[in-house]
Design a protein around this ligand. Structure first.
Ligand code: ZN
Length: 432
């Protein structure tokens, strides 16, 4: 008996059981228990590996039969092995089904990739499974390089998206190959189609310029939330409730300006800024950016005026200075701020290049790279990128930095002692 079943309650629990609490079948059998459709989870050790996952069902009997299947298979990804069609067109039991390969790969990446990346992986793998079904491939080793090309041709997406999807396909087959489920990686030799992403110039990131940042701050001050509220015919009555409507516009220009400042002065991503907690800033004004693989912390520092704004916000808004959210879904939280920023950008356009929240992070990199004495390595460390990536993304800002460095060097050595001119004179070119 190594596996344990429990129901984990969601926020939307129909029985109003507190979010994230767990209940068992016995407990739920008591009189007056409010039933709900929250999913039953299974946890425990199977095949020597501890894991927990949802069973996909809210029904105890179904959940129990899933556990029975898992225990019979003796491993966490065995469930799929049993569910796989019994009429596999091969007889060698050593061969691995597409379904099982996908399940094993999924279990692997679920442990160490971000939720959004996982979503992308799952999307591509679902398509890969559909393509296998359409081809009638049950075993993963039936895939050949031609299949990978045909598969790619079914996507109908931009080359940049195709390249991103292909990296998932490659990683998946690399995993299969490493497990000796396929004789080779059928995706390895498939080159990305020529497209914009192959152009090194498209690797260049577009930081907001100082002028653009100023324009945004000005709009926060003079335009954001100050525009007269437009009423459609359908909601005309609400005009009488003007103050109410205004009350609903909770976030003001100052909030947006603060959001921009924290973004530009820390280089943090929109997801980290939206969920910024006051504890992240220490009394000396340093802000923890991230933890390295070696478990050391990387800090940045923000100027006194911004420290003050952050502290004031914590008093007015609470420890989560850009609002506390009832959802844990990062996409929902960032979307709220994306909308506010889009509204601001509409007020101070037109824009030569489409404004995006990521361009604040690029501005952070640009501002630093423009300073003499700041190295690419410093910027890489602050951003949590490799030096190679920083050189690739911000190459345009590096020459400017070099010019400034050259000027500093020139000035520094200008008055220093030099050898006599004849010592450094260039040898005369030989007469031809
Ligand atoms: Zn529930």
């Amino acid at each position: 008996m190594a596996l344990n079943l429990y129901r984990r309650h969601r926020k939307e629990c129909e029985g109003s059981h507190p979010e994230d609490t767990r209940t068992g079948q016995f407990e739920e059998g008591r009189r007056g228990w409010k039933k709900c459709a929250c999913l039953i989870h299974v946890s425990g050790t199977l095949g020597g590996r501890f894991n927990r996952r949802q069973t996909g069902t809210a029904d105890w009997d179904e959940a129990k039969s899933i556990v029975t299947l898992l225990q019979q298979s003796g491993s966490w990804d065995g469930q799929e092995k049993i569910e796989a069609p019994l009429t596999l067109p091969y007889t060698n039991p050593e061969r691995i089904s597409v379904i099982r390969a996908i399940a094993a790969f999924t279990a692997e990446f679920e442990e160490h990739t971000a939720p959004n990346t996982q979503r992308n992986y799952k999307f591509v793998l679902k398509q890969l499974r559909g393509f296998s079904d359409a081809k009638g491939y049950a075993a993963i080793d039936q895939w050949t390089p031609i299949d990978v090309r045909e598969f790619r041709a079914t996507w109908g997406v931009l080359p940049s998206t195709a390249a991103k999807n292909m990296s998932v396909v490659k990683a998946f087959f690399e995993f299969c190959h490493a497990n000796e489920w396929t004789p080779r990686n059928p995706a390895r030799m498939v080159k990305n189609q020529r497209g914009q992403h192959n152009d090194p110039r498209s690797e260049q990131k577009l930081p907001f310029s100082d002028e653009e940042l100023k324009r945004m701050y000005d709009a926060c001050d003079s335009k954001y939330g100050k525009r007269e509220i437009q009423f459609s015919k359908a909601t005309k009555e609400r005009k009488a409730q003007g103050p109410y409507a205004q009350h609903r516009t909770r976030w003001k220009g100052q909030d947006i300006a603060d959001f921009i400042s924290v973004s530009v002065y820390t280089g943090l991503r929109i997801s980290d800024v939206s969920t910024f907690h006051i504890d992240r800033m220490r009394p000396d004004g340093t802000i923890q950016l991230r933890t390295t693989k070696a478990h050391t912390h990387v800090y940045t520092w923000v100027p006194e005026w911004l420290q003050q704004r952050i502290r004031t916000r914590a008093l007015e808004t609470g420890p989560y200075i850009f609002g506390e959210h009832s959802t844990n879904d990062m996409n929902v939280i960032t979307d709220l701020w994306r909308r506010k920023l889009n509204k601001l950008w509409e007020l101070c356009g037109p824009w030569k290049d489409k404004p995006t929240p990521h361009r604040f992070r690029h501005a952070f990199a640009r501002i630093l790279l423009e300073r003499p004495g700041v190295t690419v390595r410093d910027v890489a460390e602050l951003l949590g990128n490799t030096e190679q990536i920083v050189r690739k993304h911000y190459a345009a800002w590096i020459p400017e930095r070099q010019e400034r460095l050259t000027a500093v060097l020139k000035a520094a050595f200008d008055t220093k002692p030099k050898p006599k001119p004849n010592v450094i004179a260039m040898p005369k070119p030989a007469k031809g």
